[in-house]
Design a protein around this ligand. Structure first.
Ligand code: CA
Length: 640
């Protein structure tokens, strides 16, 4: 149904932030926005049967309310919306639901807090953000970890002894690796999986159903609607205790389908339509939510703030941000800054969409070429850096700089300063807007991409992916060296540091848990690679010339030089007034060639900080240094 959304926006916008259900000792209140309804009933259920129903009071702006002194804690409810049709709707603002999101549940949130949750605080932000993208089930599906089998793949696994105390897996290992944020792949309630039989299936979770409720398949109990909330909070608290922050992957650009509370309470309003009235499909998932319309934007802002307040989430990663508007993204940025302090919560997203989607109310899409219209504190995934280093994610055989590509030297040097001074498609205001990365959940893992592009036709059997190969390790180390010496925020797919493989499965969104899970045994098997990542991250945090996020950061990078084919270098001014550092200048060389390369150093006292073998080392050198084939080199000039 095509709706006159402009009329709705003008006459029915509700700017209150109290939609949904509230319950405490004083009573229970319900408030729902249903602008097309002529009557709305609040209906309660027990064992699938209607037990009682109340007519709701019509307020201004399409809002309907019901308030009572009764405490309805734990009761299941739906709204019966009488409009052109009569529909039974889950509360779109539900904070608790039954299995598979079938009914909304009245929740007193104070009853969902784990012990000491009121004292839970995130660790302070460090000099650099190193974001680690992780799926809840992948974290603990490996049976070799020795956890409680009942917690396998659950929120609870994050609080287990193995996760907290092991040096070779889990949270302590990740803290030691040096990462600062865990970005959790979707933890809101998503479709696809039958939560009552979840272990038989697998899904990444990019199919939102109830935006403000944690996914049920990660909980140990679905009967008590408070359990999934409590266990999700426990997970976040455990990650905080381990010294890491939590970013939530949010997918506000589309929903699983239209069988949800949004569509049923305001048919046609929340979704974009094409001229012919059919649903827009820029998400390639069947529908696009209509950010740019006032109540869609209000809904998304309220939802983000809810997760930040109630669950102590420290940042948000926006899926297909190109379907959302720059106006909305900036509004979220301001709302988070106002409430939590400037930059305290990080924000970034994918500046693209899968296909065309209409623009409404004269808004602008948050695409890559619109980054200059985004607040400086809204970042974008930088596919330019990703592809120039390792090659296209779409064409497996197409190489990047580290795996045989040619004529990429100039682009590599553009990536170094976060493309800020390049003349390309993306024109960020500063590297604060750039997320530098090589691999994420989409597409091949870095290890698989390198294997399949460097050994075409040779990698066939499962064990081929599990072998170690000196040339692949070298390429992986150089790739990591490159993006970790580019200005911007750093992001990595979980396990990139231990040669994570999905056995060539490039789109494993519903593949077996065994394909997707983290195989923690690889930490030991690929320890050389793990140590190298660890060294790079540690070094990065000591180099203000690289972690500077100001608009002047790009000016620190000088002497960008193409030394020869497949070898480039640049200097970084590493001075800082706020951070103490031993090196005033840093020289960085990327050598993807098969032969070594000698570099003559200008006068001064130089120390090798990273080379082919080790990152974060201290090896004295003078006059000249040798950059080994297929490797990166960083030398620091001592402060006088
Ligand atoms: Ca679900």
């Amino acid at each position: 149904m095509k709706v006159d959304y402009k009329n709705i926006d003008s006459n029915f916008t509700y700017d209150g932030h109290d939609l949904g259900c509230y319950c405490d000792n004083k009573g229970t209140g319900f408030k729902v926005w249903a602008p097309f309804a002529h009557t709305v009933e609040l209906v309660f259920f027990e064992n699938g049967t209607e037990t009682k129903a109340f007519f709701m009071q019509k307020e201004a702006s399409g809002v309907w309310t019901y308030n009572t002194n009764e405490n309805y804690y734990g009761e299941k409810y739906l709204y019966r919306v009488h409009g052109e049709q009569v529909t039974m709707a889950v509360d779109p603002y539900a904070k608790a639901v039954t299995a598979n999101g079938e009914y909304s549940v009245v929740m007193d949130l104070t009853k969902t807090n784990p012990i000491d949750f009121d004292q839970d605080i995130a660790p302070k932000r460090e000099n650099e953000d190193v974001i680690y993208e992780l799926h809840v089930r992948d974290f603990s599906w490996d049976s070799s970890i020795g956890g409680n089998p009942e917690y396998r793949g659950k929120y609870k696994a994050f609080s287990e002894d193995w996760a907290i105390n092991s040096d070779s897996k889990g949270l302590k290992y990740l803290k030691n690796l040096g990462i600062t944020h865990i970005q959790l792949m979707p933890i809101y309630d998503y479709g696809w999986l039958d939560e009552t039989n979840a272990n038989e299936q697998y899904n990444w979770g990019y199919d939102p159903v109830n935006y403000n409720v944690p996914e049920g398949s990660y909980a140990t109990d679905l009967e008590d609607a408070a359990t999934r909330i409590r266990e999700c909070k426990e997970m976040i608290m455990s990650i905080h205790k381990a010294g890491l922050r939590v970013v939530m992957d949010v997918v506000y650009n589309h929903t699983f389908d239209l069988n949800n509370g949004l569509e049923k309470t305001a048919p046609g309003y929340y979704y974009r339509q094409l001229e012919d009235g059919s649903l827009a499909n820029g998400s390639a998932c069947g529908n696009d939510t209509a950010s740019g319309r006032s109540m869609v934007d209000n809904y998304i802002v309220d939802s983000v703030l809810y997760w930040a307040r109630e669950y102590h989430i420290d940042g948000f990663r926006f899926d297909l941000m190109g379907l959302m508007t720059t106006e909305l993204m900036n509004r979220i940025r301001i709302a988070l800054d106002e409430e939590f302090g400037k930059g305290e919560k990080i924000m970034y997203g994918e500046p693209w969409s899968a296909d065309f989607s209409p623009t409404e109310n004269n808004t602008h899409k948050a695409y890559k070429d619109s980054v200059q219209f985004l607040d400086d504190g809204v970042g974008v995934f930088c596919d330019g850096t990703r592809d120039v280093i390792k090659g296209s994610v779409f064409k497996i055989e197409l190489p990047g700089f580290v795996n045989g590509g040619s004529n990429l030297e100039a682009s590599v040097l553009d990536a170094v300063s976060g493309w800020v001074d390049s003349q390309g498609e993306i024109r960020p205001k500063s590297c604060n807007q750039i997320i530098q990365y090589l691999s994420a959940h989409d597409n091949f893992t870095l290890w698989d991409k390198l294997l399949l592009s460097m050994k075409p036709g040779e990698i066939i059997a499962k064990e081929d992916f599990d072998n170690t190969y000196e040339d692949i390790i070298d390429a992986n180390k150089l790739a990591a060296f490159m993006y970790m010496t580019c200005q911007g925020h750093l992001f990595m797919q979980a396990g990139e540091e231990f040669a994570r493989t999905k056995y060539g499965d490039e789109n494993s969104y519903r593949s077996a848990s065994e394909i997707n899970m983290l195989d923690w045994k690889r930490v030991e098997k690929y320890s050389e690679l793990v140590e190298y990542y660890k060294g790079l991250i540690s070094l990065r945090k000591k180099l203000p010339g690289l972690f500077d996020k100001t608009r002047e950061a790009a000016l620190r990078v000088t002497n960008k030089t193409i030394i020869r084919e497949k070898t480039v270098s640049f200097m970084v001014n590493n001075d800082s007034e706020s951070v103490s550092t031993d090196w005033s200048q840093v020289l960085v060389v990327y050598n993807a060639d098969d032969s070594d390369c000698e570099i003559v150093l200008e006068e001064g006292e130089w120390v090798i900080l990273a080379d082919k073998d080790k990152a974060d080392c201290r090896i004295a050198c003078e006059n000249s240094v040798l950059v080994k084939n297929k490797s990166g080199l960083m030398v620091g000039k001592k402060r006088r």
